[in-house]
Ligand binder design. Structure first.
Ligand code: AMP
Ligand code: MG
Length: 482
């Protein structure tokens, strides 16, 4: 199938008129597509060979729409750093249309499409740096099997955009099963529009969770689904060292997708209090705060659903969050350590491993991979990664635990290499890719994108892409200005 043959069923444009504002994208000059993601193309059911770069560039410049698209900015609100902001909405992205694909409906959203009535003080633009970071994040998360939005392509244009300095403008063609945020529900709740609140819930059920429609209490089942999926999402973030960094409720997806990549980071060293967003001085969205913040956000969502669901039921459903997260996290971490069975002391073994990483300032990802690489010639070596007198003790404890497993060592190590990535979207590597692209070289972008899409598979000649930053490198410091 080609991009031009996509069919659209734009449900959102049939919602009550203040759910959105129809806005045509601004046409940017000299737009060039820098990379197209084969995995995202598959998600749309597209044959990547059939995508014409010039026609895609025309779409991403805002000059030309596909037949059936009906661009609009969605209205939503949300809690930003704990404070309710009623004035939010798509300020620089437009929902172009909802494509019908073999895998269900997929939103096509153009980020960096120009100003909308919700832009407030913003210019409606996106810069190349942030667009590449979001593009790569979609690939990396998909590669790690972490639910996410994902961009089909990233394009640069001839506009200059002012941030801390002048930067090249860009657009991102983002795909998502849905762009419905917790903040959509907060908006309707705050406006006391209970019929529209119910209508929005029914929309999410009908379009995305049709199995829940038959449930005796579909609204409760939908909230339970959001709680479960959010818990499982956060478990994955914690297991893979991902910090979202701006977990405002307008950036939380009702489907439990990772949404709105800003100053996010995959940690290098294991640092539980890592806060890559330098404007988050209180560390509200630090790595180790994420499980609690997600529950806080789910509580805000639950509050917004009080017109539809009894408070007692909301409380019971919220109570399932923590055990769901703990169970999902334990499964992921046991898999990362190669443990097939479940034993009482596994939690302590995992905590001791993380303590060892924190104390030794070892690299998080390379240490896991080294555990899995022990029988591989040329693989990473644990003693090179972890320089700490505590390593021997921990390894002794780990060996005793492994003795309770029945799999052969070869099988176990192979399974571990399928869940412990070698290629991780590290901030310094993303920065190298961005600088090369800004200088006109997109080869690193394509190479890194390809590695991140299959992050577990070692490729010859690619060792530089699995390097940690130099030990004396300054700490990750990113800003929200994207
Ligand atoms: P974020 O923290 O990136 O999710 O953005 C929060 C809100 O600000 C959203 O409503 C965005 O649409 C809006 N926003 C962010 N950057 C811009 C910009 N450059 N121009 C207009 N609106 C923006
Ligand atoms: Mg946002």
């Amino acid at each position: 199938m080609t991009l031009e043959s996509l069919t659209f069923d734009n449900v959102w444009s049939r919602f009550p008129e203040d759910f959105f504002v129809r806005v045509a994208p601004t046409a940017w000059r000299e737009t060039r597509v820098l990379d197209v993601s084969p995995t995202a193309a598959l998600r749309l059911g597209l044959d990547i060979e059939s995508i014409d770069p010039d026609r895609l560039a025309a779409l991403m410049s805002g000059e030309r729409l596909l037949a059936g698209m009906d661009p609009l900015a969605q209205k939503y609100t949300g809690h930003q750093f704990g404070t309710y902001n009623p004035a939010l909405g798509d300020g620089r992205g437009l929902l172009l249309g909802e494509a019908l694909t073999p895998h269900g409906p997929v939103d096509l959203h153009l980020k960096g499409a120009g100003q909308t009535p919700y832009s407030r003080f913003g210019d409606g633009r996106a810069v190349l740096r942030s667009s590449i970071r979001e593009y790569l994040a979609g690939e990396a998360m998909s590669g790690l099997r972490i639910p996410t939005t994902q961009a089909l392509a990233v394009a640069v244009n001839g506009e200059k955009v002012m941030r801390e300095r002048v930067e090249p403008g860009a657009t991102l063609l983002r795909l998502a099963d849905s762009h419905v945020r917790f903040g959509h529900f907060e908006w309707l709740y705050q406006q006391q529009r209970h019929d529209d609140l119910e209508r929005l819930m029914r929309h999410v059920i009908d379009r995305h969770r049709s199995d829940l429609a038959q449930h005796e209490a579909p609204m409760e089942a939908m909230f339970q689904d959001a709680v479960t999926r959010t818990a499982e999402l956060i478990a994955r973030w914690q297991a893979y060292g991902f910090v979202h960094a701006v977990m405002n409720t307008d950036n939380m997806s009702i489907l439990g997708l990772t949404l709105d990549y800003g100053p996010y980071a995959f940690m290098d060293r294991y640092e539980p209090d890592l806060t890559p967003n330098h404007t988050d001085s209180s560390g509200r969205y630090a790595f180790d705060q994420q499980p609690g913040v997600a529950l806080w956000n789910l509580t805000v969502l639950g509050q917004s659903l009080t017109p539809l669901i009894a408070v007692e039921r909301l409380r019971e459903i919220l109570d399932s969050y923590e055990p769901t997260l703990q169970a999902a996290y334990a499964i992921l971490m046991r898999a990362r350590l190669g443990l097939e069975t479940e034993q009482d002391d596994d939690g302590e073994l995992i905590d001791a491993w993380l303590d060892l990483l924190a104390r030794s300032r070892a690299d998080f990802h390379r240490s896991f991979r080294a555990l899995a690489d022990q029988d591989v010639v040329g693989g990473l070596s644990l003693s090179e990664e972890i320089d700490d007198p505590g390593l021997a003790d921990w390894l002794e404890r780990y060996r005793r635990r492994l003795a309770m497993e029945s799999r052969s060592e070869t099988e176990r190590l192979a399974a571990m290499r399928r869940v412990n990535p070698l290629y991780v979207l590290r901030t310094h590597l993303a920065q190298q890719v961005i600088e090369a692209a800004q200088a006109g070289d997109t080869v690193p972008l394509q190479t890194f994108r390809e590695l991140l899409a299959s992050p577990f598979e070692a490729r010859p000649g690619m060792a530089a892409w699995s390097e940690a930053p130099p030990r004396n490198a300054p700490p990750v410091c990113l800003s929200c200005s994207s």
